[in-house]
Design a protein. Structure first.
Length: 490
C-alpha cells in the first residue's frame, strides 16, 4: 500500500511540473504576441501611407465644404428679388412695368382654369358605389364573428368572363364554419389581389353556393344571357355568395334545374359537387359496377350525405346509412335500405354483424375515420368528404414567402386556378342538373331563413339536429311562406 502511495505522489509531482511549465510557456507566448502587436501598430501609425490617407481625407472634406458654400451662394443669388427683377426686365424689355406683371398673372390664371375645366370635362365620372346586404365574417375568430351587414359595396363586372347575378337564395355549409376560423385564408389573401371587387381581407362574404338571375355579363361570356336562372358554387378561397348581388366567373355558373325553385336549387351546387366527386371520381362507381357494391354512408343526414345516398342508390348499390333517429324516415325515403341509429349504444356491434362494406363514405371528418376503417373490407376503402386543412394555412415566414411567390407566378403568368382535387365547374353542375330534372336527385332542405337570421342558421348547422341544408332566402319573401314548388324533401 505504501508503494502505491509513493508512485501516486511521484505521478502528481510530475503533473505539477508539466502544468507549471505549460503556464510559464503560455505567459511567455502571450507577452511576445502583445509586444509584436504593439510594434506593428506603432509602425503602421508612423508610416507614410497613414499620412497620405489622412491628406486625401482632409482634401475630400475641404472640397465638400467648398461645394456646399458655392451651392448656398448660388441659391441666395438667384433667389434675390432684385436679381430676379433685373433679369426679368432684361428678358421682357425696357417697357416692363406693373401692368405687364398683372397681365401675365391674369393670363396664367385663365390658362390654368381653362386647362383644369377641360380636364374635368374629359374625365369620365366615377361610378357611384351601390350598397347591398350580405352575410359576412368580420374576423377569423369563429362563428361569433359572423354578422349580417347592410352596407357592403355591390360588385360590378370587371373582366370579360365575369357574370353579375342577383341572388335569390343561398345555403349555409359547414365549410363556412371552417372559413370563419381562418380556413384558406393565406391563399384567399393572395388571390384577392387580382380581384377588383375586393377591398381588403375583411369583411369577408360567406356562402359557397346560391341560385339567382343573371343581371349583367362580361364581353367574353358566351354560355349565358341576361335573365337566365342560374346556380353556382365557388371554392373556399374565393369571396362568398351570401349577398344580394355577386360577381362570379363564368366557369362556375350553370343553368339551374328547370324543375326546382331557387330555394331547393341553392342547396345543391357545393354539396352536390362534393358528393359527385366522392362517388364518381374517388369511389369510381358507375351504373355498371355499383350493383355489386355494399356502401355505407356514415352520418348520412348531412348535406353531402343525403346526396351520396341518393346517387349510390340510383346507380344500383346496396346503401346502408348511419344517422340520428330523427333523420331515419328521410334517409329511408332517399333510398337507404338499412338505417342504423347513432343513438344506439351498440351501433358498432350492429354494423359489425353485417357483412363488411366495399366503400364507406365518411361525412363526419377525421374523428370517425378509425370507426369507418373497422367497418370496411380489407380491399375496400374509406372516402372522407370533409375538406382537410390546407398546408398553406400552417406555413411559417420562409415557406409562406415561397408559397405566395409561387401563387403569384402560377396565377398571373400561367393562369392557374385549380387549387384542390374537387373540381367546381359548370360541367359538374350540368350533370347534377340533369339528375335533378330526371327525378334521380332531390334536395333536402331543413330550414329556410332570412339573411338577418344568420346566427340562428349557423347554430343549427353546427348542431346534431340538422338534416340536409339550411337555406337563406334573399328575394324578400317571408321565411314562413310555404314553398311555391315542392322542390325540397324533409
Amino acid at each position: 500500500m505504501d508503494e502505491v502511495i509513493f508512485h501516486l505522489s511521484q505521478r502528481l509531482e510530475s503533473l505539477q511540473v508539466i502544468l507549471h511549465s505549460a503556464v510559464q510557456n503560455g505567459q511567455r507566448w502571450a507577452e511576445q504576441y502583445v509586444d509584436k502587436s504593439y510594434e506593428l501598430a506603432l509602425a503602421v501609425w508612423n508610416s507614410e501611407q497613414r499620412f497620405l490617407i489622412q491628406d486625401v481625407i482632409n482634401h475630400k472634406i475641404s472640397v465638400t465644404i467648398e461645394f456646399g458654400k458655392n451651392v448656398s451662394q448660388t441659391t441666395l443669388k438667384y433667389t434675390n428679388p432684385t436679381f430676379l427683377y433685373v433679369r426679368l426686365t432684361q428678358l421682357v424689355g425696357p417697357e416692363f412695368d406693373q401692368r405687364v406683371i398683372m397681365a401675365g398673372c391674369v393670363g396664367l390664371l385663365l390658362g390654368t382654369g381653362i386647362g383644369i375645366s377641360v380636364g374635368l370635362c374629359l374625365q369620365s365620372p366615377p361610378r357611384p358605389l351601390s350598397l347591398m346586404k350580405a352575410v359576412t365574417v368580420t374576423g377569423f375568430t369563429g362563428v361569433d364573428a359572423v354578422s349580417f351587414m347592410e352596407d357592403v359595396v355591390m360588385p360590378t363586372v370587371c373582366a370579360p368572363d365575369d357574370v353579375l347575378i342577383q341572388v335569390k337564395s343561398g345555403s349555409v355549409d359547414p365549410i363556412d364554419i371552417k372559413i370563419c376560423n381562418g380556413y384558406a385564408r393565406v391563399l384567399r389573401k393572395q388571390l384577392n389581389k387580382y380581384n377588383l371587387n375586393v377591398r381588403g381581407e375583411l369583411p369577408l362574404v360567406l356562402g359557397r353556393d346560391m341560385a339567382g338571375v343573371v343581371r349583367d355579363l362580361g364581353s367574353g361570356v358566351t354560355r349565358l344571357e341576361v335573365g337566365d336562372e342560374v346556380w353556382c358554387a365557388v371554392p373556399p378561397w374565393l369571396p362568398g355568395l351570401l349577398s344580394e348581388m355577386v360577381v362570379v366567373k363564368e366557369c362556375f355558373v350553370s343553368h339551374k334545374p328547370r324543375t326546382l325553385g331557387f330555394d331547393g336549387a341553392a342547396s345543391l351546387p357545393y354539396s352536390g359537387t362534393v358528393a359527385w366527386d366522392a362517388v364518381a371520381n374517388k369511389a369510381k362507381l358507375t351504373v355498371h359496377n355499383a350493383s355489386s357494391k355494399r356502401v355505407l354512408v356514415h352520418c348520412a343526414s348531412t348535406g353531402v350525405g343525403c346526396l351520396i345516398t341518393q346517387i349510390c342508390h340510383n346507380m344500383g348499390a346496396h346503401v346502408s346509412v348511419t344517422c340520428l333517429n330523427r333523420a331515419a324516415p328521410v334517409m329511408a325515403a332517399l333510398g337507404a335500405e338499412t338505417v342504423f341509429a347513432l343513438e344506439t349504444a351498440d351501433v358498432e356491434k350492429q354494423l359489425l354483424k353485417e357483412d363488411r362494406f366495399d366503400i364507406v363514405f365518411n361525412t363526419a371528418g377525421s374523428v370517425a375515420h378509425q370507426f369507418c376503417l373497422r367497418l370496411c373490407k380489407h380491399e375496400g376503402f374509406v372516402i372522407t368528404t370533409i375538406s382537410s386543412q390546407l398546408a398553406s394555412d400552417t406555413f411559417g415566414l420562409c415557406l409562406g414567402f415561397i408559397y405566395t411567390s409561387w401563387v403569384r407566378i402560377t396565377h398571373s403568368i400561367f393562369g392557374y386556378s385549380n387549387w384542390s382535387n374537387c373540381h367546381l365547374n359548370y360541367r359538374v353542375l350540368d350533370v347534377i342538373a340533369n339528375l335533378v330534372d330526371t327525378g334521380r336527385l332531390q334536395p333536402v332542405v331543413d330550414k329556410i331563413l332570412q339573411p338577418h337570421e344568420v346566427e340562428r342558421a349557423f347554430q343549427h348547422i353546427d348542431s346534431a339536429n340538422a338534416i340536409g341544408k339550411t337555406v337563406l332566402r334573399f328575394n324578400g319573401s317571408s321565411a314562413t311562406t310555404p314553398l311555391v314548388k315542392p322542390d325540397v324533401i324533409l
